[in-house]
Design a protein around this ligand. Structure first.
Ligand SMILES: C[S@@+](CC[C@H](N)C(=O)[O-])C[C@H]1O[C@@H](n2cnc3c(N)ncnc32)[C@H](O)[C@@H]1O
Length: 235
């Protein structure tokens, strides 16, 4: 058990820097976060996607970071598994769960390897990870296969926010379609974006939605510009 106050604040500092601004028994983990209160603002948009009472429901939180979403869903009664490939963030997640007495399973795992979990989850969160992947569709296909009821998905998007009708096929001479900024496109970041060299591919809106469909998902709602609720497309 971690002693309160000074001890706790010191442990939080020792585990920094934090991306998730959690409140651990009165101690904030990232009160000076450059993105401000983005996490709680986003959560307000996303939380109606989950039942109030999630007793008996299973959740997989991919790229769980320090566990903000895992903790919220555990508090609703769900059985939560969080995975992240980053040991630093997982240490924060395990520490936070311990401080809050939350029984959450955290595993160090790559998003490409989720098929090794060998089972589906009622709810899968795949938030803020896709654009960090060199092979986004490989991961998305594997993630989609694990979705029992609902995928809650977020990706950074850039470029056009408009959707243009696309044909099922085009002749090889069709070139001007690629000059339309509304045509589905992924922007490749060879070096770095926002000071982060782990940003690889950023879709425009049309590409994001087409990729979700292509992975076998139905888009049920777009609850915020970059956030989608999807379910398995059983048709
Ligand atoms: C921008 S943060 C998003 C954290 C959280 N999902 C959220 O929405 O607040 C990206 C997270 O994905 C993790 N991540 C990036 N690439 C990953 C990969 N290939 N496999 C597993 N986790 C990954 C990072 O370590 C980090 O915790």
């Amino acid at each position: 058990m971690i002693a309160p106050s000074a001890d706790l604040a010191q442990r939080v500092r020792d585990l920094g820097p934090w991306f998730h601004d959690l409140e651990l028994r009165g101690v904030r983990t990232a009160p000076e976060h450059p993105l401000g209160n983005f996490l709680r603002d986003l959560w307000r948009q996303v939380e109606p996607a989950f039942p109030e009472d999630m007793t008996g429901k299973t959740v997989l939180d991919i790229g769980c970071n320090a566990g903000f979403y895992s903790l919220q869903l555990h508090a609703r009664g769900a059985r939560v598994t969080g995975i992240d490939h980053n040991a630093h963030y997982l240490a924060q997640a395990r520490f936070s769960a311990e401080v809050l007495g939350a029984d959450i399973e955290y595993r160090q795992m790559d998003a490409y390897d989720v098929d090794q979990l060998g089972r589906q989850f009622d709810y899968v969160l795949f938030m803020g990870v896709l654009y960090h992947l060199r092979y986004p569709l490989l991961a998305l296909d594997r993630v989609a296969a694990l979705v029992g009821e609902r995928l809650v998905f977020q990706s950074m998007q850039r470029g056009s926010k408009h959707i243009v009708h696309t044909e099922p096929d085009y002749p090889i001479t069709a070139n001007s379609i690629f000059e339309d900024p509304r045509f589905p496109a992924l922007y490749f970041l060879e070096h770095s974006y926002a000071g982060d060299s782990t940003n690889w591919w950023v879709p425009n809106r049309a590409a994001m939605e087409a990729m979700l469909r292509s992975a076998g998902l139905r888009i049920d709602a777009r609850v915020e510009e970059e956030v989608y609720l999807c379910s398995p497309n059983t048709r």
